[in-house]
Design a protein around this ligand. Structure first.
Ligand SMILES: Cc1cc2nc3c(=O)[nH]c(=O)nc-3n(C[C@H](O)[C@H](O)[C@H](O)COP(=O)(O)OP(=O)(O)OC[C@H]3O[C@@H](n4cnc5c(N)ncnc54)[C@H](O)[C@@H]3O)c2cc1C
Length: 403
């Protein structure tokens, strides 16, 4: 079987590794030229995602690039602790989570796929996918076409493949928050932050997260509630403008946010947060979507990449175990849809809690304390991070492969 995977982010190369493992001949088509892996921001892989990487024999790649993360500590604008949660159900070796740069992981996975016989083409933008009998044809921006028995859209939240499957597909939804990410190198603040922890601040005007690294840097991000940032505004404003505005948001709040932002370097800026609560069609003929293309959560869920890695395993095991492509794609969707939509919904709730309401600071802090004591707890989130996709076929015939 020949497969084309559209997208060389996280889902694409992971799907390529998984498909190669079941004997599929795979080509990955990534729109952008090969970069140095330094663009963009950091993210955290939860234990369920690390387990999926383990299944693909690729966890060592993330371990080499990542910083161990174990807990999230939530603080109010005054510095009061509102909650303290583990990042999830640990793996058997005790690993909880890893924080690393998204683009470094994408490149490492793509290189690993290349070592395992997958062709990875950078600078290959797919503009459309159509059906030709029981095969599919991808049209590239340079006018060339490629035909395959399976096309997997791993092309992110604004997926072209999703629209090819269903031209009426609902576009991604703006959740009212923007993302900015940066790093402050070699800062004394790093020593003052507990190691292996995300330090989150529900600030009076925006949300802030910071994580120290063993080398004395601090990785941080800001979610600013505001209307969508237009391409024109993004092009007009300099990093200094943005950093000045972001630091001002935290000037009245306790903690090192303003200092870290002013003295740091922006790596991700003016990024509008979108999510996709429910995509009506995941496949048409031999064309299917995975990762953010099918179910983008708001970044607040901390699960987008982990869900993409789970998808890769489940899609490949479904293809291995079902009699044909139609049955495999149906089994994949059946195994995945309810779980991922539930996680996207949880991510949307967590995003809205980052937007300061009209209630005063003390009322909000009291509410958040209750939330972290009773609603969002290690127990209540164990179904998310304790999930383990399986490579071996299930002995229980009622369960789809991989679930
Ligand atoms: C600020 C921020 C913080 C986040 N934090 C976390 C976190 O802590 N934990 C977590 O698990 N997730 C997090 N996420 C979400 C996570 O980054 C995504 O869920 C994950 O990257 C999804 O992987 P993907 O491969 O589906 O999509 P993407 O990573 O978006 O990759 C899609 C790829 O497809 C390529 N592409 C697009 N269109 C085409 C085309 N037409 N032809 C060819 N190639 C194309 C793109 O160039 C890109 O390389 C965060 C997201 C953001 C924005």
């Amino acid at each position: 079987m020949k497969a084309l995977v559209v997208g060389g982010g996280i889902a694409g190369p992971a799907t390529a590794l998984a498909l190669a493992k079941v004997g599929v001949d795979v080509t990955v088509l990534e729109a952008w030229p090969r970069g140095d892996g330094e663009a963009g921001s950091w993210f955290t892989l939860a234990p369920n995602g690390l387990h999926a990487l383990d299944v693909l024999g690729a966890r060592h790649l993330a371990t080499a690039l990542g910083v161990p993360s174990e807990r999230n500590v939530m603080l109010g604008a005054s510095g009061a602790v509102l909650g303290n949660l583990s990042l999830g159900v640990p793996l058997d070796d005790g690993t909880v989570a890893l924080t690393l740069k998204r683009s470094r992981l994408a490149l490492a996975l793509a290189d690993e796929a290349g070592r395992r016989g997958v062709e990875v083409r950078h600078g290959a933008r797919v503009v459309d996918v159509s059906l030709a009998g029981d095969r599919a044809v991808a049209l590239l921006a340079d006018g060339s076409t490629l035909e395959a028995d399976l096309v997997v859209g791993a092309d992110g939240v604004h997926s072209v493949v999703r629209r090819a499957i269903d031209p009426t597909a609902v576009p991604a939804r703006y959740v009212g928050l923007t993302n900015f990410g940066g790093i402050t190198s070699n800062t004394p603040v790093a020593a003052g932050l507990p190691a292996r922890q995300w330090h989150f601040v529900f600030g009076s005007r925006a949300f802030f997260g910071a994580h120290p690294t063993p080398s004395g840097d601090v990785v941080w991000f800001v979610n600013q509630p505001r209307p969508l940032i237009t391409p024109d505004e993004r092009a007009r404003r300099s990093h200094e403008d943005w950093q000045g505005e972001l630091a001002d948001l935290f000037e009245q709040d306790a903690g090192p946010a303003a200092e870290l932002i002013r003295s740091g370097r922006l790596e991700l800026w003016a990024d509008n947060t979108h999510d996709l609560p429910s995509v009506a069609r995941w496949s048409r003929g031999p064309v299917v979507i995975v990762g953010d293309a099918a179910h983008a959560p708001a970044p607040s869920s901390g699960q987008g990449a982990s869900m993409a890695l789970e998808d890769a395993v489940v899609l490949a095991t479904s293809l291995r175990d079902a009699g044909n492509v139609d049955a495999a794609l149906a089994a994949y969707e059946k195994a995945r849809r309810a779980r991922v939509e539930r996680i996207v919904a949880a991510g949307a709730r967590s995003s809205s809690s980052k937007i300061p309401g009209r209630a005063g600071r003390a009322v909000r802090d009291a509410m958040m304390r209750l939330v972290f004591r009773h609603l969002v707890t290690e127990r209540s989130t164990a179904w998310i991070t304790g999930h383990r996709v399986q490579w071996e076929p299930s002995a229980d015939r009622a369960l789809p492969s991989g679930a």
